[in-house]
Design a protein around this ligand. Structure first.
Ligand SMILES: Nc1ncnc2c1ncn2[C@@H]1O[C@H](COP(=O)(O)OP(=O)(O)O)[C@@H](O)[C@H]1O
Ligand SMILES: [Mg+2]
Ligand SMILES: [Zn+2]
Length: 504
Protein backbone atom coordinates (compact mmCIF):
# COMPACT_ATOMS: atom_id res chain seq x y z
CA UNK A 1 0.00 0.00 0.00
CA UNK A 2 1.42 3.38 -0.93
CA UNK A 3 1.79 5.87 1.85
CA UNK A 4 -1.69 7.16 2.54
CA UNK A 5 -0.79 10.76 3.17
CA UNK A 6 0.89 10.99 -0.23
CA UNK A 7 -1.83 9.12 -2.00
CA UNK A 8 -4.53 11.34 -0.50
CA UNK A 9 -2.80 14.72 -0.64
CA UNK A 10 -5.55 17.11 -1.74
CA UNK A 11 -5.29 18.15 -5.39
CA UNK A 12 -7.96 20.83 -5.21
CA UNK A 13 -8.66 23.65 -2.77
CA UNK A 14 -12.05 22.06 -2.18
CA UNK A 15 -10.43 18.92 -0.78
CA UNK A 16 -8.37 20.72 1.84
CA UNK A 17 -9.82 20.23 5.30
CA UNK A 18 -10.18 23.10 7.75
CA UNK A 19 -7.96 26.21 7.30
CA UNK A 20 -11.00 27.91 5.79
CA UNK A 21 -9.85 31.50 5.96
CA UNK A 22 -6.58 30.54 4.24
CA UNK A 23 -8.27 28.62 1.45
CA UNK A 24 -10.74 31.41 0.80
CA UNK A 25 -8.11 34.16 0.73
CA UNK A 26 -5.71 32.24 -1.49
CA UNK A 27 -8.49 31.22 -3.87
CA UNK A 28 -9.72 34.76 -4.25
CA UNK A 29 -6.18 35.99 -4.90
CA UNK A 30 -5.84 33.35 -7.63
CA UNK A 31 -9.13 34.36 -9.24
CA UNK A 32 -8.39 38.08 -9.16
CA UNK A 33 -4.71 37.54 -9.99
CA UNK A 34 -3.79 39.69 -7.02
CA UNK A 35 -0.72 37.62 -6.18
CA UNK A 36 1.58 38.75 -3.39
CA UNK A 37 5.36 38.47 -3.71
CA UNK A 38 5.85 36.53 -0.55
CA UNK A 39 3.67 34.34 1.63
CA UNK A 40 4.46 32.95 5.03
CA UNK A 41 2.68 29.76 6.10
CA UNK A 42 2.98 29.25 9.83
CA UNK A 43 1.66 26.35 11.89
CA UNK A 44 2.03 22.86 13.30
CA UNK A 45 3.25 20.08 11.06
CA UNK A 46 0.87 18.01 9.00
CA UNK A 47 -1.84 20.67 8.76
CA UNK A 48 -1.66 21.48 5.04
CA UNK A 49 1.11 24.05 4.53
CA UNK A 50 2.99 22.17 1.81
CA UNK A 51 -0.27 20.94 0.35
CA UNK A 52 -1.66 24.46 -0.05
CA UNK A 53 1.66 25.86 -1.27
CA UNK A 54 1.77 23.30 -4.09
CA UNK A 55 -1.88 23.80 -4.93
CA UNK A 56 -1.41 27.54 -5.09
CA UNK A 57 1.66 27.16 -7.30
CA UNK A 58 -0.31 24.97 -9.71
CA UNK A 59 -3.34 27.24 -9.68
CA UNK A 60 -1.41 30.36 -10.66
CA UNK A 61 0.43 28.47 -13.40
CA UNK A 62 -2.45 26.39 -14.74
CA UNK A 63 -3.05 26.91 -18.47
CA UNK A 64 -6.63 25.67 -18.40
CA UNK A 65 -7.97 27.25 -15.26
CA UNK A 66 -11.59 28.29 -15.60
CA UNK A 67 -12.47 31.91 -15.14
CA UNK A 68 -13.86 32.58 -11.66
CA UNK A 69 -12.46 29.35 -10.32
CA UNK A 70 -9.25 28.92 -8.38
CA UNK A 71 -8.97 25.17 -8.92
CA UNK A 72 -6.04 23.98 -11.07
CA UNK A 73 -7.05 21.60 -13.86
CA UNK A 74 -4.27 19.15 -12.85
CA UNK A 75 -3.98 17.88 -16.44
CA UNK A 76 -2.42 20.68 -18.50
CA UNK A 77 1.34 20.43 -19.16
CA UNK A 78 2.12 22.96 -16.45
CA UNK A 79 -0.02 21.20 -13.83
CA UNK A 80 1.43 17.85 -14.81
CA UNK A 81 5.01 19.02 -14.61
CA UNK A 82 4.48 20.57 -11.20
CA UNK A 83 2.73 17.46 -9.94
CA UNK A 84 5.60 15.31 -11.14
CA UNK A 85 8.08 17.73 -9.59
CA UNK A 86 9.63 18.33 -13.03
CA UNK A 87 8.68 21.97 -13.46
CA UNK A 88 11.50 24.45 -13.87
CA UNK A 89 9.23 27.22 -12.63
CA UNK A 90 8.21 25.73 -9.31
CA UNK A 91 10.99 24.85 -6.94
CA UNK A 92 10.72 23.30 -3.52
CA UNK A 93 13.65 23.81 -1.24
CA UNK A 94 14.10 22.33 2.19
CA UNK A 95 15.81 25.02 4.20
CA UNK A 96 16.79 22.47 6.82
CA UNK A 97 19.32 20.98 4.40
CA UNK A 98 20.21 24.23 2.63
CA UNK A 99 20.91 26.49 5.54
CA UNK A 100 23.93 28.32 4.19
CA UNK A 101 24.02 31.59 2.34
CA UNK A 102 25.78 30.08 -0.71
CA UNK A 103 22.92 27.68 -1.19
CA UNK A 104 20.41 30.49 -1.05
CA UNK A 105 22.41 32.46 -3.61
CA UNK A 106 22.81 29.51 -5.98
CA UNK A 107 19.43 27.86 -5.64
CA UNK A 108 17.17 30.79 -5.14
CA UNK A 109 18.53 34.21 -5.86
CA UNK A 110 20.28 33.53 -9.14
CA UNK A 111 17.44 31.48 -10.54
CA UNK A 112 14.82 33.99 -9.40
CA UNK A 113 16.24 36.38 -11.98
CA UNK A 114 15.57 33.98 -14.84
CA UNK A 115 12.01 34.70 -16.03
CA UNK A 116 9.44 31.88 -15.86
CA UNK A 117 9.31 29.56 -18.87
CA UNK A 118 5.58 29.74 -18.82
CA UNK A 119 5.08 33.33 -19.97
CA UNK A 120 1.76 33.90 -18.25
CA UNK A 121 2.83 32.00 -15.21
CA UNK A 122 4.94 32.59 -12.16
CA UNK A 123 8.18 31.35 -10.82
CA UNK A 124 7.39 29.93 -7.38
CA UNK A 125 9.87 29.12 -4.62
CA UNK A 126 8.44 27.01 -1.86
CA UNK A 127 10.91 27.10 1.00
CA UNK A 128 10.10 24.70 3.82
CA UNK A 129 11.42 24.91 7.40
CA UNK A 130 12.46 28.48 6.71
CA UNK A 131 13.46 28.99 10.35
CA UNK A 132 16.49 26.77 9.74
CA UNK A 133 18.26 29.28 7.49
CA UNK A 134 21.43 30.89 8.78
CA UNK A 135 21.48 34.60 9.54
CA UNK A 136 23.41 35.40 6.36
CA UNK A 137 21.09 33.27 4.30
CA UNK A 138 18.09 35.15 5.73
CA UNK A 139 19.69 38.47 4.86
CA UNK A 140 20.42 37.42 1.32
CA UNK A 141 16.87 36.17 0.91
CA UNK A 142 15.45 39.31 2.43
CA UNK A 143 17.04 41.47 -0.26
CA UNK A 144 15.38 39.40 -2.97
CA UNK A 145 12.02 39.47 -1.21
CA UNK A 146 12.27 43.22 -0.80
CA UNK A 147 12.94 43.83 -4.49
CA UNK A 148 11.50 40.77 -6.14
CA UNK A 149 11.95 40.17 -9.86
CA UNK A 150 8.58 40.31 -11.63
CA UNK A 151 6.43 37.17 -11.63
CA UNK A 152 8.31 35.61 -8.77
CA UNK A 153 6.45 34.31 -5.71
CA UNK A 154 7.98 33.07 -2.48
CA UNK A 155 6.06 30.75 -0.20
CA UNK A 156 7.91 30.31 3.05
CA UNK A 157 6.71 27.66 5.50
CA UNK A 158 7.68 27.17 9.12
CA UNK A 159 6.61 25.37 12.26
CA UNK A 160 8.66 27.74 14.38
CA UNK A 161 7.81 31.37 13.72
CA UNK A 162 9.87 32.59 16.69
CA UNK A 163 13.05 31.74 14.84
CA UNK A 164 12.12 33.77 11.78
CA UNK A 165 13.48 37.35 11.81
CA UNK A 166 10.80 40.02 12.05
CA UNK A 167 12.25 41.71 8.97
CA UNK A 168 11.27 38.65 6.95
CA UNK A 169 7.88 38.26 8.61
CA UNK A 170 6.93 41.84 7.89
CA UNK A 171 7.59 41.40 4.16
CA UNK A 172 5.18 38.49 3.79
CA UNK A 173 1.48 37.90 3.71
CA UNK A 174 1.13 35.67 6.72
CA UNK A 175 -1.27 32.76 7.23
CA UNK A 176 -1.56 30.87 10.49
CA UNK A 177 -2.49 27.22 10.05
CA UNK A 178 -4.43 25.59 12.87
CA UNK A 179 -4.49 22.01 14.10
CA UNK A 180 -7.30 20.08 12.43
CA UNK A 181 -10.34 19.57 14.73
CA UNK A 182 -10.91 15.95 15.78
CA UNK A 183 -14.33 15.63 14.18
CA UNK A 184 -12.86 16.64 10.81
CA UNK A 185 -9.94 14.25 11.26
CA UNK A 186 -12.34 11.40 12.04
CA UNK A 187 -14.46 12.21 8.98
CA UNK A 188 -11.35 12.24 6.80
CA UNK A 189 -10.12 8.91 8.20
CA UNK A 190 -13.53 7.40 7.61
CA UNK A 191 -13.57 8.50 4.01
CA UNK A 192 -10.03 7.24 3.37
CA UNK A 193 -10.82 3.83 4.94
CA UNK A 194 -13.91 3.60 2.77
CA UNK A 195 -11.92 4.45 -0.34
CA UNK A 196 -9.39 1.79 0.64
CA UNK A 197 -12.28 -0.66 1.04
CA UNK A 198 -11.71 -1.41 4.72
CA UNK A 199 -14.20 -1.19 7.58
CA UNK A 200 -12.70 0.22 10.76
CA UNK A 201 -14.67 0.38 14.05
CA UNK A 202 -15.59 3.94 15.03
CA UNK A 203 -13.75 3.82 18.39
CA UNK A 204 -10.54 2.93 16.54
CA UNK A 205 -10.88 5.92 14.23
CA UNK A 206 -11.55 8.07 17.27
CA UNK A 207 -8.38 6.87 19.01
CA UNK A 208 -6.31 7.42 15.87
CA UNK A 209 -7.63 10.98 15.72
CA UNK A 210 -7.03 11.58 19.42
CA UNK A 211 -3.52 10.23 19.26
CA UNK A 212 -2.48 12.43 16.37
CA UNK A 213 -3.50 15.66 18.11
CA UNK A 214 -4.67 17.62 15.09
CA UNK A 215 -1.83 16.58 12.77
CA UNK A 216 -3.52 15.04 9.75
CA UNK A 217 -0.32 13.58 8.36
CA UNK A 218 0.24 11.59 11.59
CA UNK A 219 -3.40 10.53 11.60
CA UNK A 220 -3.12 9.24 8.05
CA UNK A 221 0.15 7.40 8.72
CA UNK A 222 -1.32 5.74 11.78
CA UNK A 223 -4.44 4.81 9.83
CA UNK A 224 -2.15 3.25 7.21
CA UNK A 225 -0.70 0.97 9.91
CA UNK A 226 -4.17 0.06 11.12
CA UNK A 227 -5.42 -0.69 7.60
CA UNK A 228 -2.45 -2.94 6.94
CA UNK A 229 -3.84 -5.28 9.62
CA UNK A 230 -7.13 -5.69 7.77
CA UNK A 231 -8.41 -9.18 7.14
CA UNK A 232 -11.20 -9.70 4.64
CA UNK A 233 -11.87 -6.01 4.39
CA UNK A 234 -12.13 -5.17 8.06
CA UNK A 235 -9.97 -4.45 11.08
CA UNK A 236 -10.93 -5.65 14.53
CA UNK A 237 -10.60 -3.54 17.64
CA UNK A 238 -8.14 -6.05 19.13
CA UNK A 239 -5.77 -5.99 16.20
CA UNK A 240 -5.95 -2.19 16.03
CA UNK A 241 -4.73 -2.14 19.62
CA UNK A 242 -1.43 -3.58 18.42
CA UNK A 243 -0.85 -0.26 16.68
CA UNK A 244 -2.63 2.08 19.05
CA UNK A 245 -1.95 0.81 22.52
CA UNK A 246 -4.66 1.57 24.97
CA UNK A 247 -5.20 0.70 28.56
CA UNK A 248 -7.21 -2.20 29.70
CA UNK A 249 -10.75 -0.89 30.20
CA UNK A 250 -11.43 -3.26 33.07
CA UNK A 251 -8.45 -1.85 34.97
CA UNK A 252 -9.80 1.63 34.44
CA UNK A 253 -13.26 0.55 35.48
CA UNK A 254 -11.81 -0.79 38.73
CA UNK A 255 -9.71 2.28 39.34
CA UNK A 256 -12.70 4.56 38.85
CA UNK A 257 -14.77 2.23 41.03
CA UNK A 258 -12.26 2.75 43.82
CA UNK A 259 -12.43 6.49 43.33
CA UNK A 260 -16.22 6.38 43.51
CA UNK A 261 -15.79 4.81 46.97
CA UNK A 262 -13.13 7.39 47.78
CA UNK A 263 -10.83 4.52 48.58
CA UNK A 264 -7.63 6.33 47.82
CA UNK A 265 -5.44 3.64 49.26
CA UNK A 266 -6.82 0.98 46.91
CA UNK A 267 -6.65 3.36 43.97
CA UNK A 268 -3.01 4.17 44.62
CA UNK A 269 -2.08 0.52 45.06
CA UNK A 270 -3.72 -0.30 41.77
CA UNK A 271 -1.86 2.53 40.09
CA UNK A 272 1.47 1.36 41.43
CA UNK A 273 0.73 -2.17 40.38
CA UNK A 274 -0.07 -1.03 36.86
CA UNK A 275 3.09 1.07 36.78
CA UNK A 276 5.12 -1.93 37.93
CA UNK A 277 3.62 -3.97 35.11
CA UNK A 278 4.93 -1.37 32.71
CA UNK A 279 1.69 0.41 31.81
CA UNK A 280 2.19 3.67 29.94
CA UNK A 281 0.82 6.10 32.51
CA UNK A 282 0.30 8.93 30.07
CA UNK A 283 -1.96 6.71 27.97
CA UNK A 284 -3.65 5.52 31.14
CA UNK A 285 -4.42 9.10 32.14
CA UNK A 286 -5.74 9.87 28.65
CA UNK A 287 -7.94 6.81 28.81
CA UNK A 288 -9.20 7.77 32.28
CA UNK A 289 -10.24 11.08 30.78
CA UNK A 290 -12.00 9.39 27.90
CA UNK A 291 -13.76 6.93 30.20
CA UNK A 292 -14.85 9.61 32.66
CA UNK A 293 -16.14 11.68 29.77
CA UNK A 294 -18.25 8.75 28.57
CA UNK A 295 -19.55 8.33 32.13
CA UNK A 296 -20.48 11.98 32.37
CA UNK A 297 -22.26 11.85 29.00
CA UNK A 298 -24.10 8.72 30.03
CA UNK A 299 -25.11 10.32 33.30
CA UNK A 300 -26.33 13.52 31.66
CA UNK A 301 -27.93 12.18 28.48
CA UNK A 302 -29.33 9.02 30.03
CA UNK A 303 -30.13 5.61 28.53
CA UNK A 304 -30.24 6.86 24.95
CA UNK A 305 -26.53 7.66 25.06
CA UNK A 306 -24.43 5.11 23.19
CA UNK A 307 -20.85 5.12 24.49
CA UNK A 308 -18.16 5.34 21.86
CA UNK A 309 -16.68 1.98 22.87
CA UNK A 310 -16.95 -1.75 22.40
CA UNK A 311 -19.65 -3.87 24.03
CA UNK A 312 -17.74 -4.63 27.26
CA UNK A 313 -16.67 -1.07 27.82
CA UNK A 314 -20.20 0.14 27.08
CA UNK A 315 -21.53 -2.11 29.82
CA UNK A 316 -18.84 -0.88 32.19
CA UNK A 317 -19.91 2.68 31.45
CA UNK A 318 -23.52 1.88 32.32
CA UNK A 319 -22.51 0.15 35.57
CA UNK A 320 -20.13 2.82 36.76
CA UNK A 321 -22.36 5.75 35.86
CA UNK A 322 -24.62 4.58 38.69
CA UNK A 323 -21.87 5.03 41.25
CA UNK A 324 -21.19 8.72 40.69
CA UNK A 325 -23.25 11.87 40.64
CA UNK A 326 -22.93 14.09 37.57
CA UNK A 327 -21.31 16.70 39.78
CA UNK A 328 -18.67 14.23 40.98
CA UNK A 329 -17.92 13.12 37.45
CA UNK A 330 -17.56 16.69 36.30
CA UNK A 331 -15.08 17.37 39.07
CA UNK A 332 -13.15 14.15 38.46
CA UNK A 333 -12.85 14.98 34.78
CA UNK A 334 -11.62 18.44 35.65
CA UNK A 335 -8.96 17.02 37.96
CA UNK A 336 -7.80 14.46 35.39
CA UNK A 337 -7.50 17.16 32.77
CA UNK A 338 -5.54 19.42 35.05
CA UNK A 339 -3.13 16.59 35.77
CA UNK A 340 -2.92 15.68 32.11
CA UNK A 341 -1.54 19.16 31.47
CA UNK A 342 1.06 18.67 34.12
CA UNK A 343 1.93 15.17 32.93
CA UNK A 344 3.73 16.67 29.94
CA UNK A 345 6.40 18.02 32.27
CA UNK A 346 6.27 15.49 35.09
CA UNK A 347 9.54 13.74 35.75
CA UNK A 348 7.88 11.15 37.99
CA UNK A 349 5.50 9.39 35.62
CA UNK A 350 3.17 8.22 38.40
CA UNK A 351 2.79 11.63 39.96
CA UNK A 352 -0.02 13.15 37.86
CA UNK A 353 -2.33 10.17 38.37
CA UNK A 354 -1.43 9.88 42.04
CA UNK A 355 -2.21 13.53 42.59
CA UNK A 356 -5.48 13.18 40.70
CA UNK A 357 -6.61 10.27 42.90
CA UNK A 358 -5.58 12.01 46.09
CA UNK A 359 -7.06 15.36 45.13
CA UNK A 360 -10.39 13.82 44.17
CA UNK A 361 -10.68 11.69 47.32
CA UNK A 362 -9.53 14.47 49.62
CA UNK A 363 -12.09 16.82 48.16
CA UNK A 364 -14.96 14.40 48.23
CA UNK A 365 -14.36 13.44 51.83
CA UNK A 366 -13.50 16.94 53.01
CA UNK A 367 -15.21 19.42 50.71
CA UNK A 368 -13.75 22.38 52.60
CA UNK A 369 -10.36 21.42 51.19
CA UNK A 370 -11.63 22.13 47.71
CA UNK A 371 -9.54 24.69 45.90
CA UNK A 372 -12.01 27.28 44.76
CA UNK A 373 -10.82 29.83 42.26
CA UNK A 374 -11.01 33.05 44.27
CA UNK A 375 -13.47 35.54 42.84
CA UNK A 376 -11.76 38.76 41.87
CA UNK A 377 -13.67 41.30 43.92
CA UNK A 378 -12.32 44.77 44.47
CA UNK A 379 -11.47 44.17 48.09
CA UNK A 380 -9.48 41.07 47.27
CA UNK A 381 -7.53 42.85 44.59
CA UNK A 382 -6.71 45.66 46.95
CA UNK A 383 -5.69 43.33 49.71
CA UNK A 384 -4.04 40.09 48.58
CA UNK A 385 -5.17 38.26 51.65
CA UNK A 386 -3.78 34.87 52.43
CA UNK A 387 -5.94 32.01 51.27
CA UNK A 388 -5.82 29.61 54.13
CA UNK A 389 -7.79 26.83 52.42
CA UNK A 390 -5.57 26.84 49.40
CA UNK A 391 -2.36 26.99 51.39
CA UNK A 392 -3.48 24.23 53.65
CA UNK A 393 -4.33 22.06 50.67
CA UNK A 394 -1.03 22.62 48.91
CA UNK A 395 0.96 22.34 52.08
CA UNK A 396 -0.58 18.97 52.80
CA UNK A 397 0.14 17.85 49.23
CA UNK A 398 3.72 18.91 49.73
CA UNK A 399 4.02 17.08 53.00
CA UNK A 400 2.60 13.91 51.56
CA UNK A 401 4.96 14.02 48.62
CA UNK A 402 8.06 15.33 50.38
CA UNK A 403 9.86 11.94 50.41
CA UNK A 404 9.13 11.39 46.75
CA UNK A 405 10.30 14.86 45.91
CA UNK A 406 13.57 14.22 47.70
CA UNK A 407 13.94 10.98 45.85
CA UNK A 408 13.50 12.78 42.57
CA UNK A 409 15.99 15.50 43.50
CA UNK A 410 18.51 12.94 44.68
CA UNK A 411 19.00 11.72 41.14
CA UNK A 412 19.98 15.20 40.02
CA UNK A 413 21.59 16.84 42.98
CA UNK A 414 22.39 14.68 45.93
CA UNK A 415 23.41 17.35 48.43
CA UNK A 416 20.32 19.42 47.73
CA UNK A 417 18.22 16.39 48.55
CA UNK A 418 20.16 15.75 51.76
CA UNK A 419 19.70 19.31 52.99
CA UNK A 420 16.00 19.28 52.14
CA UNK A 421 15.58 16.06 54.04
CA UNK A 422 16.38 17.85 57.26
CA UNK A 423 14.12 20.75 56.33
CA UNK A 424 10.36 21.14 56.23
CA UNK A 425 7.81 23.31 54.41
CA UNK A 426 6.45 25.99 56.73
CA UNK A 427 3.91 27.84 54.66
CA UNK A 428 2.78 28.65 51.13
CA UNK A 429 1.47 32.13 50.64
CA UNK A 430 1.06 34.07 47.42
CA UNK A 431 3.15 31.55 45.51
CA UNK A 432 5.98 31.77 48.02
CA UNK A 433 6.97 28.58 49.71
CA UNK A 434 8.89 29.04 52.93
CA UNK A 435 11.17 26.20 53.91
CA UNK A 436 12.57 25.96 57.42
CA UNK A 437 16.10 24.72 58.21
CA UNK A 438 17.99 24.13 61.41
CA UNK A 439 21.28 25.70 60.36
CA UNK A 440 22.23 28.84 58.55
CA UNK A 441 24.62 26.86 56.38
CA UNK A 442 21.86 24.56 55.11
CA UNK A 443 19.48 27.43 54.40
CA UNK A 444 22.19 29.33 52.57
CA UNK A 445 23.29 26.39 50.45
CA UNK A 446 19.79 25.54 49.30
CA UNK A 447 19.16 29.27 48.84
CA UNK A 448 22.11 29.66 46.44
CA UNK A 449 20.78 30.74 43.10
CA UNK A 450 21.52 27.58 41.14
CA UNK A 451 20.26 25.19 43.80
CA UNK A 452 17.31 27.39 44.49
CA UNK A 453 16.24 27.44 40.89
CA UNK A 454 16.53 23.70 40.70
CA UNK A 455 14.42 23.22 43.81
CA UNK A 456 11.88 25.79 42.59
CA UNK A 457 11.44 23.90 39.33
CA UNK A 458 10.84 20.69 41.20
CA UNK A 459 8.35 22.24 43.64
CA UNK A 460 6.56 24.07 40.86
CA UNK A 461 6.15 20.87 38.93
CA UNK A 462 4.79 19.09 41.96
CA UNK A 463 2.31 21.84 42.79
CA UNK A 464 1.30 22.55 39.23
CA UNK A 465 2.00 26.26 39.55
CA UNK A 466 5.05 28.45 39.64
CA UNK A 467 6.32 29.00 43.19
CA UNK A 468 9.42 30.70 44.50
CA UNK A 469 11.08 29.52 47.66
CA UNK A 470 12.48 31.27 50.70
CA UNK A 471 14.95 29.39 52.85
CA UNK A 472 14.96 30.46 56.47
CA UNK A 473 16.33 29.22 59.76
CA UNK A 474 13.25 28.08 61.63
CA UNK A 475 13.39 29.30 65.23
CA UNK A 476 11.03 26.46 66.19
CA UNK A 477 12.92 23.92 64.17
CA UNK A 478 12.91 21.04 66.62
CA UNK A 479 9.21 21.18 67.29
CA UNK A 480 8.19 21.82 63.67
CA UNK A 481 10.44 19.21 62.24
CA UNK A 482 9.22 16.62 64.67
CA UNK A 483 5.66 17.49 63.67
CA UNK A 484 6.56 17.43 60.05
CA UNK A 485 8.41 14.17 60.10
CA UNK A 486 5.47 12.51 61.74
CA UNK A 487 2.92 15.07 60.54
CA UNK A 488 0.84 16.75 63.23
CA UNK A 489 -2.00 14.95 64.92
CA UNK A 490 -4.82 16.54 63.01
CA UNK A 491 -3.19 16.12 59.62
CA UNK A 492 -2.43 12.50 60.26
CA UNK A 493 -6.10 12.00 61.07
CA UNK A 494 -7.24 13.90 57.97
CA UNK A 495 -4.97 12.04 55.66
CA UNK A 496 -5.59 8.65 57.21
CA UNK A 497 -9.32 9.05 57.11
CA UNK A 498 -9.26 9.38 53.32
CA UNK A 499 -6.58 6.78 52.83
CA UNK A 500 -8.60 4.03 54.40
CA UNK A 501 -6.62 4.11 57.63
CA UNK A 502 -3.33 2.88 56.21
CA UNK A 503 -0.05 4.67 56.15
CA UNK A 504 1.24 5.02 52.59
N1 LIG B 1 -5.71 20.63 5.76
C1 LIG B 1 -5.55 19.42 5.19
N2 LIG B 1 -6.51 18.89 4.42
C2 LIG B 1 -6.37 17.66 3.87
N3 LIG B 1 -5.28 16.89 4.04
C3 LIG B 1 -4.28 17.36 4.80
C4 LIG B 1 -4.36 18.65 5.42
N4 LIG B 1 -3.24 18.85 6.12
C5 LIG B 1 -2.51 17.74 5.98
N5 LIG B 1 -3.12 16.85 5.18
C6 LIG B 1 -2.62 15.50 4.87
O1 LIG B 1 -1.34 15.37 5.46
C7 LIG B 1 -0.33 15.28 4.47
C8 LIG B 1 0.81 16.21 4.82
O2 LIG B 1 0.38 17.55 4.82
P1 LIG B 1 1.36 18.76 4.50
O3 LIG B 1 0.59 19.76 3.72
O4 LIG B 1 2.62 18.24 3.87
O5 LIG B 1 1.65 19.29 5.95
P2 LIG B 1 2.64 20.42 6.44
O6 LIG B 1 1.74 21.43 7.13
O7 LIG B 1 3.53 19.74 7.42
O8 LIG B 1 3.36 20.98 5.26
C9 LIG B 1 -1.01 15.65 3.18
O9 LIG B 1 -0.47 14.91 2.12
C10 LIG B 1 -2.45 15.29 3.39
O10 LIG B 1 -2.66 13.92 3.13
MG1 LIG C 1 5.44 20.71 4.87
ZN1 LIG D 1 -3.66 23.00 -15.32
Amino acid sequence: MSVLYRKYRPQQFGEVIGQNHIKVTLASEVISEAIAHAYLFVGPRGTGKTTLARLFARAINCQNRKKNSAEPCNTCPSCEQIRADRSLDVMEIDAATHTQVDNVRENIISSAHVPPLNQNGYKVFIIDEIHMLSKHAFNALLKTIEEPPIRVVFILATTDIYKVPSTVISRCQRFDFKKIPQTLVIERLKSISAREGVTVPAPVLASVARKSEGCLRDAESLLGQVLSLAEKGSVSQESAELVIPRSNWSEIEQLLGELSQQNVSAALSRLHELADQGADLEILLDDCIEFTRQLLLKKTIGPTFQPNADENAAQAVSRLAEQFSAQELRRLLEIFMLESHRSKVATIPELPLELACIAYCLEQSAPHLRREIPKKTETQVAEPASQPTMSMDMLSQLKIFWPQLLHMLKGHNHSLAVFLKVAHPIQIQNDHLTIGFKYDFHANTVGESKNKRFAEDAFSELLGKRVSIDCIVDPQYTENHKNFAGMNEKEVQDVLSVMGGEVL
